[in-house]
Design a protein around this ligand. Structure first.
Ligand SMILES: O=C(O)CCC(=O)C(=O)O
Length: 258
């Protein structure tokens, strides 16, 4: 067991668990460097995976309303880094992360369903509105996935750290048009800002409602979200729905399952 009983209980009670010390300085530096290498085109990557672009720019850059100081700070997201790059996949398989995922799920059989790096560049990084990650993959059942969100840079309130509404994962999946009625100012005032040092992380449940604000500072805030599921999950997507080929991270696969 890599987390205490109290930490495990806190995760299932609140729907998230801050974990401030995950990566060594060397591991962190390697990931920071790799995002730069990808942004500057020094790594040979496909342009897309099943039609989903790997690099996505900030809307203000695309519209020509803003200019970034360098290619790294033009990006809003790097999609599927673990699916296209061995450095990121190596970390996605790290026992430091996977042992915690195994403890939280209570099974050794784990797959990765997706990942992305939210780049939140200085001054330009836009907000990501309150959402549940399950809304992006409602076809996966049970609707219980766990994300490890790694701070590749220090994450603060001012540069757009994660903010989570405690226990919101117990509400089930909420349709987009119903969220405004739930997210009153009083409810938003209960959200917990999870500030993290670079190299720290937070685990959150896929039904937890969370938000990140705009980056109003001169400091970059890269956050890498890795989404894990149990290998006994089923994928109910229709034949014309596109998804990546899930990566087996640990343990066995099951017939008829992801
Ligand atoms: O890092 C961000 O800005 C958003 C992250 C997020 O929403 C997620 O990991 O689900």
């Amino acid at each position: 067991m890599t987390i205490s009983t109290e930490q495990k209980e806190a995760f299932w009670r609140d729907g998230f668990l801050p974990y401030p010390q995950l990566l060594s300085a060397e591991e962190l530096r390697a990931l920071q460097q790799r995002t730069e290498d990808i942004a500057y085109g020094r790594v040979n990557l496909p342009a897309d995976i099943k039609g989903i672009p790997i690099l996505q720019k900030e809307p203000s850059i695309i519209k020509g309303e803003a200019k970034a100081a360098n290619p790294l700070d033009e990006l809003r997201k790097i999609n599927f880094p673990s699916f296209v790059d061995e450095v990121f996949q190596h970390t996605a398989r790290s026992p430091k992360i996977v042992d915690v995922i195994v403890d939280l799920f209570g099974t050794e059989d784990i797959k990765l369903l997706g990942d992305q790096i939210f780049m939140k560049p200085p001054h330009l990084g836009s907000a990501k509105e309150y959402h549940q990650d399950t809304a992006s993959w409602p076809h996966l059942v049970p609707q219980s996935q766990i994300t490890c969100w790694i701070a590749i840079d220090a994450a603060t309130v001012d540069n757009g750290c994660m903010r989570c509404i405690p226990a919101s994962h117990t509400l089930g999946l909420i349709q987009l048009q119903h969220l405004p009625q739930l997210l009153t100012d009083e409810v938003k005032a209960t959200d917990r800002a999870i500030e993290l040092p670079a190299g720290g992380c937070m685990f959150h449940h896929s039904l937890n409602l969370h938000y990140t604000g705009a980056n109003t500072t001169a400091y970059r805030r890269r956050g890498w979200a890795l989404h894990y599921m149990i290998a006994q999950s089923r994928d109910l997507s229709a034949p014309d729905e596109v998804h990546v080929d899930y990566i087996s991270i640990r343990g066995k696969s099951y017939p008829g399952c992801v």
